[in-house]
Each structure stands twice: as structure tokens, then as C-alpha cells.
Design a protein around this ligand. Structure first.
Ligand SMILES: Cc1ncc(COP(=O)(O)O)c(C=O)c1O
Length: 374
């Protein structure tokens, strides 16, 4: 898909790119300023930091986790990673042995499977469906538990379908994890993107869970900092100690001046973030309404995240064909839902985190026209 988009752009075609997971927003000015100032300081931030990350950033993260997530920890209970992605990779290497099974509700972010397989573990998919809002059913998770199951991977709000797990579901999953002595890996990178009455709850804040949960988060989505590569993980200290060995010997530390900027992101004014979430909520409504105006496309309103996940099965094409069709005939890039695993078939993933409302209007107009002449 990416190659084809590049090819089309090189040939002078104007493609509206709604396929990636990148927010089309700028990093707030105060965060950039902190990064630039760090580069010009006395040399501290152009060298390695301690592997676990700058103490001032870990301190700010610990304060944030207590205040916003109900996770009580200290700076030494946090490891700063090169994005959530490195955190998940390192966790898999540290926690799993060959043949260990990890339950993953699908459709889901494809990196989890890759990280677990690279660690020798076996991803066990637990499909979710549109009828249930793509929220995992704890009974379906329970049905896949075997003597080899070691962990449950959660991502709420979720990529690609925007499902937000409610307290009841999280409590049921917590009970399962405790009964079967499982670790929970909770990727909360979209925690700020919850809309309407949906609320984000960190599973580690539930009774008995802090000692068996690794909570991952980062700056890529909330502060539009995908290229700065800063994330973090908190969890049981004996697990973090093992993760630190792998992190230290593979990447040493996250980029020093980016860590300084990340500390500024947490400690600075949050108005930009609030404004950004309001814009996202408008773009979400705009994209949902636009998609529903295309005959044969049905889009429910995602509770969170930055993607719509419309059902396109009534168009008489597979999701791969449909994604290719809109790219060729509407010059709009999307991703086929089946790429995200079982349950995603017949859907497209479409990013609504666009700075300009006009991009979404133009994309919808082009898709409607392409559909009409098909
Ligand atoms: C669910 C999820 N987790 C993590 C990431 C990547 O996060 P980071 O940039 O912090 O590595 C993404 C990016 O698309 C994502 O969708």
C-alpha cells in the first residue's frame, strides 16, 4: 500500500493518506522548544542518559500515572523506552519462553504478534466482532486459556476499531488473570483519545493487578511526537529489572533530548492537548457521517482512538479489493481490516486524526464519486 501510494505521488497524483497511524498534527511548540533548548544546553542532553531514562522524566511519569491512571509507583518503577513499540518488544523478550501462549483480542495492532513470535511465544487470537463493538468478551478469552497461557495483551482504546474496554470487562479480565496467574500487557497509547461518555480505565489500577500488569504508554499519539521515539513502561520491579537488561544492551537509552522534551510535555500546559482532542472528536463525527453517506458503507462511531473502522462488505468486494479500489479510483489510502487479524475482514481502517477538516471532506467526496461510477 505504502509503495503504491509513493508511486502514485511520484507520478504527480494527489493521494489523501488516511492509512497510517500517524496523527497529522504538529508537536506543540513548547515541547519542541524544550527539545531545542536541551540540545543547546551544556552537553548533558547530547550524550547517553541512564538506561531507565532521565530521572526527571521518570518522576513526571510516576506523578502522571498516580494522578491520571490510579497506578501508584515511583520513578524507579518506570523505564523509558524508544516508543511503546520497543517496550512491547523488550517485554516479550524478557517475559516469554518458547511455546508460551499470549492471548490477543483481534483485530489488533500487528506488532504484538511480531514481537511475541520473535520471542518464541505463540500469539493466540481471540476474535472480536462489530456486533460487540469489537470489545473482547472475557468468556472468549477464558475459553482460550491452556496450561501454556502466560499473558493477555490488551489495547484499549484500541487500534484499529477504537473499542474502549469498560470497567466490567476489565474487572472480569483481571479476575481471569489472577485465577490463572497470568501477566497482563496493557498498551494504553490512545488513552487520551476517548470520546463522549467513554472513559479510560487502566487495568493496573484494579485490586490485585499492579503486581501482574505491564502498562505501556508514550508520547507519539497524545503529543503528536511519533518521530521523537519516547515511550514508557511501568510494572512489577522484578520484570522491569529483566527488561532493563535487554533495553540497555540493545538501545542503551531513549534519545536524550527527546526525553527532555517528553518531560516538558508532561510538566507543561495541557491546553494544546485539550484542543487537539476536541478537534479529533469533530473529525471523528465528520468521517463517520461522511462514510455513512456512501451507499454500501456502514460506520459505527468509535469510542476512542484515531480510526474509523467501517463495514464495507455490502460493496461486494473483499476489504483488500476495496482498499485498492479507493486508492486507484478515489486516490484515498486506507488499510484493509483483515490485515489486523480475525474479525477485521470486510472493514477498512481509516485515520481521522487530520489537521484540516477539508482533507476528510475531499476524501469522502472522492470515495462517493468512485463508488457511484463503479
Ligand atoms: C496500539 C499501538 N501501540 C503502539 C504504537 C506505537 O507507539 P510508539 O510510537 O510509542 O512506538 C502504535 C502505533 O501505531 C499503536 O497503534
Amino acid at each position: 500500500m505504502t509503495d503504491r501510494v509513493k508511486q502514485m505521488r511520484a507520478a504527480g497524483q494527489h493521494v489523501i493518506g488516511l492509512a497510517t497511524g500517524t496523527p497529522d498534527f504538529d508537536t506543540p511548540a513548547y515541547i519542541k522548544a524544550a527539545g531545542k533548548a536541551a540540545l543547546d544546553e551544556d552537553g548533558t542532553y547530547i550524550t547517553y542518559t541512564v538506561s531507565a531514562g532521565l530521572p526527571e522524566l521518570r518522576e513526571a511519569i510516576a506523578v502522571k500515572l498516580a494522578r491520571e491512571n490510579g497506578i501508584v509507583t515511583s520513578a524507579d518503577g518506570v523505564v523509558v523506552t524508544v516508543g511503546v513499540k520497543e517496550g512491547i518488544f523488550v517485554a516479550a523478550q524478557a517475559c516469554f519462553n518458547a511455546g508460551d501462549e499470549v492471548l490477543i483480542p483481534t483485530p489488533t495492532w500487528v506488532t504484538y504478534d511480531a514481537c511475541f513470535v520473535l520471542a518464541g511465544a505463540v500469539p493466540v487470537h481471540v476474535p472480536t466482532y462489530a456486533e460487540g463493538g469489537f470489545r473482547v468478551d472475557p468468556a472468549a478469552l477464558a475459553a482460550r486459556i491452556t496450561p501454556r497461557t502466560r499473558a493477555i495483551m490488551l489495547n484499549s482504546p484500541g487500534n484499529p476499531a477504537g473499542a474502549v474496554l469498560g470497567l466490567d470487562t476489565l474487572e472480569a479480565i483481571a479476575e481471569l488473570a489472577q485465577r490463572h496467574d497470568l501477566l497482563v500487557l496493557s498498551d494504553e497509547i490512545y488513552e487520551r483519545m476517548v470520546f463522549g461518555s467513554a472513559r479510560h480505565v487502566s487495568i493496573a489500577s484494579l485490586p490485585g493487578m499492579v503486581e501482574r500488569t505491564l502498562t505501556f504508554n508514550g508520547f507519539s499519539k497524545a503529543y503528536a511526537m511519533t518521530g521523537w521515539r519516547v515511550g514508557y513502561v511501568t510494572g512489577p520491579k522484578h520484570v522491569l529489572r529483566n527488561m532493563l537488561k535487554i533495553h540497555g544492551h540493545s538501545v542503551t537509552c531513549a534519545c536524550a533530548f527527546a526525553q527532555k522534551a517528553a518531560a516538558a510535555a508532561l510538566n507543561g500546559p495541557q491546553q494544546d492537548l485539550e484542543q487537539y482532542i476536541l478537534i479529533l472528536e469533530q473529525r471523528r463525527a465528520q468521517l463517520v457521517a461522511g462514510l455513512n453517506s456512501i451507499p454500501g458503507v456502514r460506520c459505527s462511531v468509535p469510542d476512542g482512538g484515531i480510526f474509523c473502522f467501517p463495514d464495507i462488505s455490502a460493496l461486494g468486494m473483499t476489504d483488500q479489493e476495496c482498499s485498492a479500489f479507493f486508492l486507484e479510483h478515489a486516490r484515498v489510502s486506507t488499510l484493509p481490516g483483515s490485515a489486523f487479524g480475525p474479525g477485521g475482514e470486510g472493514h477498512l481502517r481509516i485515520n481521522f486524526a487530520r489537521r484540516h477538516a477539508s482533507d476528510i471532506d475531499a476524501a469522502i467526496a472522492r470515495m462517493r464519486t468512485a463508488r457511484a461510477v463503479r
